[in-house]
Structures are given as C-alpha cells and as structure tokens.
Design a binder for this molecule. Structure first.
Ligand code: NAD
Length: 400
C-alpha cells in the first residue's frame, strides 16, 4: 500500500493529536505460540492477531495461512481493513490474523487440526465477538466451516459455505463489487459508459474471474486476462466463461489453446481503457507503471501499486481507484453474512449483490465528489473520508 501518512491526511481534515496517536499504531497485538502434534510431526508456530482499530465495531479481517506471515505484515493488513470498512460504512473495525505455516504442506485433515487449535488458542477473542475472521491467502470457505463447527456460533466467522450458514453470493461478491466500481468509475473519470470499453485483468482467481464475468455481462470487452502462468488475449474480446471453466479444472491459462499469449508484463502495458490488477501485491512498480498505457487503473488486489508506481501513474494523469474502495465487495458481503447469522434471516444472491452495489456506488460517489472538489487523487480522497469516519467514531466513543 503506498504510504499516505497522517500529515497528508491532516491537510484535508481535522486530525487531533490524540486521534493520530490511536491511528498510527494498532489498538491491540496478540502473538500466541501454537504447538500441536500431528502424528510424527510437531507443528510449532506463531499465531498473530491484530485489532488495528475497533472504534466502529469488532475487528474484521481474514486469516492468512502463509509461511511468510509476520506481525508487521499482519498489522499492515489489519490497518487496511479499518479504512475499507469505514469508507463503505459497515459497522466493523479492522483486524487480521496470521498463521505462519505453508498450507501446501498439510493434508485436509491436518489443516483441520491446525484450525481447531487456532480456535482453541483464540477462543476468548472469537467467542466475545471482538475478532471476526474470514478467508484470506491460504484459507478458504471450508476452513471457515471448521471454525464455525468449533464455536457453534455462525456469527463468529464469515466466508462460510452457503450450506453451512454462509451467504449466497459471497463467493462472487468481491468481483461483483469490483465490476460495479469499474463501470461507475468509467463514467466518472473516462466520461464513457462501460459498453465497448476494453479491459485487461491481471489475476484470474476468485476476484479477477468474477470481475471479468460481470464486466462481460455488462458489455465491456475483456481483451486480456492472466494468471501466474501468463496471459491470454483477443482484441475482439475473450470468452470469460470458457476461461473460468478451464482454470476451475486446475489448468494454467498459458496452456489454453484458442487465444494469443502474452506475458504478465505485456498485459500490464496493454493499450486498453481499463487495467484491473487483481492478482497480488506490488505488481505495479516503478518500471511496470512507466509502461502502463491504460486510461484508468482499478485495484482489485490489495496493494498492487507501490508508492513509486502511484506517483508515476499520477504524473501520467491516470486515475487509480484504490483497493479499499474497489475490492470492498468481499467485506460488504461478510457484513451481510454476519447480519444474517445474527438475525437468523435468509438472504438471496440478488439481495447480496444489491447491497454490495449500493454501498460501493455510494462510497465511489463520495470519493469522486471529494476528488473533484479538493483536486486530490481518488486514493487520497478515499483515505481522508475513511479517517474522518474513524475519528468521529473515536470521539463518539469518548476515546479522544
Ligand atoms: P486467488 O488465489 O483466487 O487468485 C489469484 C490469481 O492471481 C490467480 O489467477 C493467480 O495465478 C494469479 N497470480 C498470483 N500471483 C501472480 C503474479 N505474480 N502475477 C500474475 N498473476 C498472479 O486470489 P483472489 O481471492 O482472487 O485474490 C486476489 C487479490 O484480491 C489478492 O490481493 C487479495 O488479497 C485481494 N482480495 C480478495 C478478496 C476475496 O474476496 N477473494 C477480497 C478483497 C481483496
């Protein structure tokens, strides 16, 4: 995430020193040594949990099950959740947790045992509702079903499979919100309807493939998509559905027979209307950003743009719609799932999409209004609006 320090923010909104102290470091960091025996193997590792700020509600954020997990990175990810939840106006704070293990080194049964131990060591935080996990890198909906099974409380965790208390539409929600954001941002920043605009999407996993699906459905021309193996392209537009079926069978895009091939670097430099990085962090660096020729970038991934790249894109006059807005559909759906669990009501896929669209569009309208009134980038506008929300909440709570 390009750093926007509190000095940048305080030029556009009142930021009392007492508030800065609370926003510049996490409210709570918890590190637990987890140790369990799996047959012949002893698994010992750190579990990190961070509540960055809970002024607006419980700490919401996924469980990263990844060998490189460290406390500083979990803190960074938890902070992003604070701004994301505040910007779209859902009553959650920001948190995150991490288990420093490689998910590929565990069988399904072994991973279940690790997750049960995770619940065991964090039982108080999970049962008191102060930390509400969801899937993140290395965890999936089946893992959330395990956590639900251990707590017996459906509101303790989101991202569960629909048949285990999950939400219809949760799987597609991030891509859905992203497509809605792309479409509305095209109107605002490119002054054009989506119909016929060309889009290149880096990353064809959950977020990228569903975003491609909804964009194609709404008349955009998705001309290139990539996964880690490489990119496929067709100037007349790709059949996103066919490609999704291909990758769902575990096949790399690079092996897809029908389309021309590109590298990921070539995809990022394509002459398209809209570039959607939806793969991973730090893919737009100084070098790759200099080569970008898209008219607009919409961040599907978390933190795809480095600070240097952000400045380069700014100098080139390319608007960048920030991750905390563009990929907020997932956390919005998590909120709907939590609300459904609390109330016991049923929610349809269409209702999920309607709420995701409504909240993304409302946040985008506030961001574009601030961007044009104050002549700042959408990234700075989004962050100022989010910080304002959190500062007001801290004042309401009597924290400052
Ligand atoms: P995923 O694992 O389903 O898919 C990732 C895709 O990116 C795959 O196609 C993979 O091959 C590709 N990829 C990975 N590294 C790459 C690289 N270096 N170059 C090119 N392609 C690469 O992940 P996802 O759930 O789609 O998440 C993608 C991004 O969106 C992540 O940054 C994630 O944090 C963010 N995000 C996801 C959600 C969600 O609900 N899934 C919500 C908010 C943000």
């Amino acid at each position: 995430m390009p750093p926007l320090d509190m000095d940048d923010i305080s030029r556009y909104t009142a930021l009392p020193d007492d508030a800065r102290v609370l926003l510049e470091r996490p409210e709570r960091e918890l590190r637990v040594t987890m140790s369990l025996r799996l047959d012949e193997r002893l698994v010992q590792t750190d579990v990190c949990v961070v509540y960055f700020n809970t002024a607006r509600g419980p700490a919401k954020g996924g469980i990263r099950f990844w060998p490189t997990v460290t406390m500083p990175h979990v803190i960074e990810l938890a902070e992003k959740m604070v701004w994301k939840t505040a910007l779209v106006g859902i009553p959650f704070g920001g948190g995150k947790s991490g288990i420093a293990l490689d998910p590929t080194k565990f069988s399904r049964m072994q991973k279940t045992a690790v997750l049960k131990e995770f619940v065991h060591v964090l039982r108080p935080e999970l049962l008191n509702g102060m930390y509400i996990p969801a899937p993140d890198m290395g965890t999936n909906s089946a893992d959330m079903a395990v956590i639900f099974g251990e707590t017996h409380l459906p509101e303790c965790v989101t991202g569960k499979p629909p048949r285990v208390g999950g939400l219809p539409g949760r799987l597609e929600a991030t891509g859905r919100g992203l497509a809605t954001c792309v479409s509305a941002a095209a109107k605002e920043f490119l002054k054009q309807d989506l119909e016929g605009l060309t889009v290149a999407i880096q990353g064809f996993g959950n977020v990228g493939s569903w975003c491609g699906h909804f964009l194609s459905q709404r008349g955009a021309r998705v001309v290139a998509v990539s996964d880690i193996s490489g990119a496929v392209t067709a100037r007349g537009g790709l059949d996103v559905h066919k490609l999704a079926e291909w990758t769902a069978r575990g096949k790399p895009l690079d092996d897809f027979p029908d389309y021309d091939k590109l590298t990921n670097a070539e995809l990022l430099a394509m002459n398209v209307d809209i570039l959607v990085p939806a793969a991973t962090e730090n893919v737009l660096t100084g070098d790759s950003a200099s080569a970008v020729s898209a008219r607009m970038v919409v961040e599907g991934a978390n933190g795809p743009t480095t600070a240097e790249a952000d400045a380069i894109l700014g100098d080139k006059g390319i608007p960048v719609i920030p991750d905390i807005l563009a990929n907020s559909g997932g956390v919005i759906a998590s909120y709907i799932e939590w609300r459904k669990a609390k109330s016991g009501s049923l929610t349809s896929r269409d209702e999920t999409f309607d709420t995701v669209d409504e909240l993304v569009l409302s946040a985008l309208a506030r961001v574009t209004d601030f961007t044009s009134r104050r002549k700042v980038t959408p990234r700075l506008a989004a962050r100022v609006l989010a910080v304002e929300e959190v500062v007001h909440a801290m004042a309401d709570r009597g924290w400052i």
